[in-house]
Design a protein. Sequence first.
Length: 124
Amino acid sequence: MKNLQPSERLELFLKQKGWSYDHFANIINVSKSGSDKYVGSGKKSTYSAKILPKLSMADLNISWYLTGEGEMLLSSTKKGETEIIQNIKLPDLKNMTTNEIRELLKWFDENHDKLKSIVSALDK
């Protein structure tokens, strides 16, 4: 898997999950055309601060997506939800546009309850 690009790994992930591009786009809350540009051979890989956390929430191990190392699915790791938290890398806000910061804040607002329950479970 290490010789594959992240966009190719993303295609394998969709096949593993049995998801269409439409379903995947819906899961990560982007347009179908937005998801199409990141999936498959020759497509660009995304390192976007607004997309990577969404991929984690869709059960994709970000470490595997970026490097090809480890398990593809977070649910197949023993760490489970801990991996989700560890894989969310907050961007350097100084290098983000105002719109990117607004999108990131919107994502956190929309996922606040889920993140809070994950943190609570980790604290136990």
